[in-house]
Structures are given as structure tokens and as C-alpha cells.
Ligand binder design. Structure first.
Ligand code: GDP
Ligand code: MN
Length: 385
């Protein structure tokens, strides 16, 4: 679960991390009042659950409360990467002397939390870090003993922070570590954390991503969940109890069972294909659930073909096939599909699909190879896409 900037910064503030003064507005008029309270010079910030708002024009500097109202009107009507702006954070504007990146996250291969710092903070941090990896410092943290002061000092040395800022920097690192730990986050990020011209240290932007599996022990955080602001595909998946994770490839995958889904993706990759998603429709999936799965996958514009792999046990292949046909009837998209059914009612499933001219494969290898050939065929037809 991603928290909005204003929610993340509120939690940072509770952990003694200084943040700019500011409040949330839902109308342009409210933005104007807040700007007046803050002395006129403010930043108008779109609150959407996606990155790169600055580059998209969702972060605007206003010199007067009048201008804040105008900018708020503009930003409020925007859609950033498909996310409509419904709320604005109006923060006091500051003059920035230096932008720094600071984050705690989990390094899966090390199985440990890490503190990542860089002097290249700001809106181009990803690009900058790719070109200058030596400018990014990673400190591994022992999960049992936690963050030590000497580690924060180590980061301060790397960042070349003037000694006068060290005490405050240690407090911010400790505060961010505490926020990361106590909220069971997978990411606690400040970008940028800034030193202002008047030598103040402030977290200008904040992002917390809470581990969904730990949400049960944070009822207070659950209340922060802004379901309307989430990716519509994720909401849809949650509604039908589907585990759906979009990836970057072009072959949509619909599979029952997480292990089988992994194996399907592995086999696709092995033969040179690229999965567009991980999708587990679960055991005993109804036609309705299969239909929802297909709609989700076909809703992804990158998908060039769909591979359906059902191992029938409790799940009946004919039910899955019915769901596929129902979903296809309601969509006007011409994306090739190949299915491989095995187990309970596989023959009936195959019959239903072949009657609708949807190819079926008798083995998974065959299905994977067909899916890859279909993508290549689709790309051959549209060489400019
Ligand atoms: P993001 O693009 O979604 O990461 O949004 P940020 O909140 O990080 O803002 C993007 C950029 O806007 C920051 O890196 C700053 O350079 C700039 N910015 C944000 N707040 C202020 C401010 O108060 N004053 C000034 N001068 N720039 C700001
Ligand atoms: Mn940022």
C-alpha cells in the first residue's frame, strides 16, 4: 500500500523529521486560503500515487496566493500517468541549496534493510544514478541491531555534509529508520531531502510503501488507504481476489496457482518470450473470475498475446473456458490467445475454445512456443509499433 506524500510526511514529522509547513486542499479556493496562511509563496503539489509528478507538471511554484489558486485550478484538472488529481498539498516554498536522496528499503538478495543515500537527489535521481552509480551509497543494516549512529555518520561523510549538519542529519536518519520499521514499510524515501539557502534541513517529498502482508497489524494505517487513488487494475484484481502484478513484457499470462504461474513465466523467459504480468487466479476459480482475469490482462496496452495455462484440479477447465468466452464477448480487441488445459474437464475446455476458434495446446512447452510465435507475428504486422 502506497501512502500519499502528505500522509508519508505526516508520519515522518511524528518521527522528528522536519518537513515544510503545509496542508492539503481539495479545491483551488482552499489552496488559496492555505497559501495566504503560509505567506503567499507556496508549492502546489498533486497528490497522486505515482512518481515523476514534477516532470509531469504536477509540482508548481506560486509566488502569491492568487497564483496558487490559478495553479491549483490547473493541477487539479490534471491526470498524471493515468491518475486523476483529486487532492493537492500546499507547502511553504523554500529556496533549495542542495537536494539529497535518502531512503530505507529492503535488499531482497541480501535479505536486509539498506540505507541508500545520494547527493544527486531530485527529480532526475534514477537517471543520474544510472550514469553515476558511484554517487549512490548503500549501507547494509543489521535488522537485529538496527541503524547505528556511526552508519549515519558514514552517509554524512559520503554526502560531504558540513559538520554543522551532522547532528540534525543523524536525527533524520534515525527518524526515517524508525518510520520505516514501525510502519512495516518496504520503502521509506525522502527525495529530495534539502538544505535550504537559510540552512534549514527539510524533507520536501516523502514516500512510504507499506508491506500489504503486515497491514493487519496496522489498523491505523489501513485508514489511510486511498482506494480511489490506486491503479484501477489493482483495485479490480483485489475485488476478484486475483494476485496480479503487471510486468514489462508483451505476453499476458493467466494461470491458476502461484507456483504454476512462476513456472509458466520461467518457461516463457526460457524460450525468449517476455511475460506482461504475473497473475494467479487461484484454486477453484469461477468463470466470472477467469473473465475478470482476462479483462485485466487485455486492459494492459502492452499485451500482444495471452497465454492461458490452467491445471485443473478443483478448478474446472470448462469453467475457465466459459469465463474466457464471456470476457471476449464483451471486448472488442483482437489479441491472439492460446490456452493449455490439463486435468479436470480439460477436454470440455478445449472443445469450448476450439469451437470459438481459440487455439489450444496440449503441452505447456507447445503453448509457450505458440504464444511467442504469436507475438512475433503481431510485431511483424505492425513494424512501427
Ligand atoms: P516528484 O517529482 O513527484 O518526486 O515531486 P517532488 O515533491 O520531489 O518535487 C519535485 C521537485 O520540485 C523537487 O526535486 C524540487 O526540485 C522541486 N520543489 C519541490 N518543493 C520545492 C520548494 O519548496 N521550492 C523549490 N524551489 N523547489 C521545490
Ligand atoms: Mn520527489
Amino acid at each position: 500500500m502506497k501512502l500519499h506524500e502528505y500522509q508519508s510526511k505526516a508520519i515522518f514529522s511524528q518521527n522528528n523529521i522536519p518537513i515544510p509547513k503545509g496542508r492539503v486542499a481539495v479545491t483551488a479556493q482552499e489552496a488559496k486560503y492555505i497559501a495566504e496562511e503560509l505567506g503567499g509563496k507556496v508549492v502546489v503539489k498533486a497528490q497522486v500515487l505515482t512518481g515523476g509528478r514534477g516532470k509531469a507538471g504536477g509540482i508548481r511554484l506560486a509566488k502569491t496566493s492568487q497564483e496558487a489558486e490559478e495553479l491549483a485550478t490547473q493541477v487539479m484538472g490534471m491526470e498524471i500517468k493515468g491518475f486523476p488529481v483529486r487532492r493537492l498539498l500546499i507547502d511553504e516554498a523554500v529556496s533549495i541549496a542542495q537536494e539529497i536522496y535518502l531512503a530505507f528499503t529492503i535488499d531482497r538478495s541480501l535479505r536486509k534493510p539498506v540505507l541508500i543515500t545520494s547527493g544527486l537527489g531530485g527529480i532526475n535521481v534514477e537517471e543520474a544514478a544510472r550514469i553515476h552509480p558511484e554517487e549512490v551509497h548503500t549501507l547494509v543494516i543489521d535488522p537485529l541491531s538496527g541503524l547505528h549512529v556511526y552508519q549515519a555518520h558514514d552517509a554524512a561523510i559520503f554526502l560531504d555534509l558540513p559538520h554543522s549538519h551532522w547532528k540534525a542529519f543523524v536525527e533524520i536518519c534515525m527518524g526515517l529508520w524508525k518510520a520505516f520499521l514501525t510502519t512495516d514499510s518496504t520503502l521509506a524515501e525522502i527525495n529530495p531531502w534539502v538544505i535550504t539557502d537559510d540552512k534549514r534541513l527539510l524533507a520536501l517529498d516523502g514516500k512510504l510503501v507499506i508491506d500489504d502482508n503486515a497491514l493487519y497489524r496496522h489498523p491505523d494505517l489501513m485508514d489511510l488507504w486511498d482506494i480511489d487513488a490506486e491503479n484501477p487494475a489493482e483495485i479490480e484484481a483485489r475485488k476478484y481476489g486475483l494476485s496480479y502484478i503487471p510486468l514489462k513484457g508483451s505476453i499476458g499470462c493467466i494461470v491458476n496457482g502461484a507456483g504454476l504461474a512462476m513456472a509458466t513465466m520461467d518457461l516463457l523467459t526460457f524460450f525468449g518470450g517476455r511475460p506482461a504480468n504475473f497473475l494467479d487466479i487461484g484454486g477453484g476459480a469461477s468463470a466470472e473470475k477467469s473473465a475478470a482475469a482476462l479483462r485485466l490482462v487485455l486492459g494492459d496496452a502492452r499485451v500482444r498475446c495471452v497465454l492461458i495455462n490452467i491445471y485443473g484440479g478443483v478448478t474446472r477447465c470448462d469453467e475457465a473456458a466459459r469465463g474466457i468466452l464471456v470476457a471476449l464477448a464483451g471486448l472488442d480487441k483482437n489479441i491472439p490467445i492460446v490456452a493449455r488445459f490439463a486435468g479436470t474437464n480439460a477436454r470440455e475446455g478445449n472443445y469450448l475454445l476450439s469451437r470459438a476458434h481459440i487455439p489450444t495446446a496440449s503441452t505447456l512447452v507447445e503453448a509457450v512456443q505458440q504464444a511467442i510465435a504469436m507475438v512475433e507475428g503481431a510485431e511483424g504486422e505492425h513494424p512501427h509499433q
